[in-house]
Design a protein around this ligand. Structure first.
Ligand SMILES: NC(=O)c1ccc[n+]([C@@H]2O[C@H](COP(=O)([O-])OP(=O)(O)OC[C@H]3O[C@@H](n4cnc5c(N)ncnc54)[C@H](OP(=O)(O)O)[C@@H]3O)[C@@H](O)[C@H]2O)c1
Length: 276
């Protein structure tokens, strides 16, 4: 039922809320001193670029990986190069107990979690009539359930701390239907996490911000495959895949005080792919 005009005009106690005490200088707003970030899928690709961006801004890093053990040496390099604390953790995100334990472990090792980047994902790009039930379940388990578990256990910590910042790597596949290879399961898993993120932005309004990044084609292991690249380049006005260095600024913006008034947003970064 809608409110009456009088009711809508009655000031609510506690509003407006105070402006946060963040720096005025914009470059200072982008710094992450003494912050702690967990990044899933952090051993390579977009996740590693995000870890580099945050380390360059002074943030301590918990680099989560699943199968790529290069995460261990990459965490060591980040720590040495940027004079921060960084550590790798092996976490299969489709296992809720593992995610819960790893969140607790990071809090015990680093003292808190300021930023959680739920970035791990996978794709089995096939039409539904060629997709087995196992293939369907696996993609949903990693891309949707995994983000849900990360959000749930990070969110508990954010609530206990009274602050937090969740960033979800979704995809333009949450906005458009990919061509020329049909991949309805991946597309719908990403659409689900985009809306999960928006929903959490409201649910967590008292203590945390939540935003979504929707990349187009980036030149990583999950970038455009041989079957897709020619059409992908034709569809992308900028005519190329993104380099992961080009996504660092967006993830840093969303993690930092520069975005203190940004929550529930879904930022597309795709060389213009979804325009036509
Ligand atoms: N590249 C693109 O064109 C593009 C476009 C739109 C969206 N995305 C999204 O961007 C994110 C990162 O992908 P990327 O392009 O950087 O490719 P990537 O380098 O292959 O990264 C995917 C990451 O997900 C991790 N992962 C997969 N299954 C996992 C599981 N069960 N548990 C924990 N971690 C798991 C992998 O970890 P291990 O290697 O350690 O197993 C890997 O680091 C994904 O969510 C993807 O859907 C990518």
């Amino acid at each position: 039922m809608s409110m009456s005009i009088e009711e809508t005009q009655t000031p609510r106690p506690g509003f407006p809320k105070p402006t946060p005490n963040t720096p005025t200088n914009v470059l200072d707003q982008f710094k992450l001193p003494n912050r702690v970030a967990i990044i899933t899928g952090g051993a390579d690709g977009i996740g590693l670029a995000v870890a580099e961006a945050y380390a360059e801004a002074g943030c301590n890093i918990a680099l989560w990986y699943n199968s790529n053990k290069a995460a261990v040496s990459r965490a060591e390099e980040l720590a040495k190069q940027h004079n921060i604390k960084a550590q790798a953790y092996q976490v299969e995100v489709s296992q809720p107990e593992r995610v819960a334990d790893a969140v607790k472990q990071v809090v015990s090792d680093f003292g808190k979690i300021d930023i959680f980047v739920a970035n791990a994902g996978m794709a089995i790009s096939k039409p539904i009539l060629e997709t087995s039930i196992e293939e369907y379940r696996r993609q949903m388990e990693v891309n949707l359930d995994g983000v849900f578990y990360c959000a749930k256990y990070a969110g508990e910590q954010f609530k206990a701390q009274g602050s937090g910042n969740l960033i979800i790597t979704s995809s333009i596949s949450a906005h458009i239907v990919n061509v020329p290879i049909d991949q309805p399961v991946y597309n719908s898993s990403k659409a689900a996490v985009t809306h999960l993120g928006k929903s959490l932005a409201r649910e967590w309004r008292e203590f945390a911000r939540v935003n979504i990044v929707s990349p187009g084609f980036f030149d990583t292991k999950m970038g455009a495959s041989e079957k897709v690249i020619t059409e992908g380049l034709r569809m992308t006005p900028l005519g190329r895949q993104g380099d992961v260095k080009e996504i660092k600024g967006l993830f840093l913006y969303l993690a930092s005080d520069a975005s203190s008034y940004t929550t529930g947003s879904d930022v597309v970064i795709d060389g213009g792919y979804i325009l036509p």
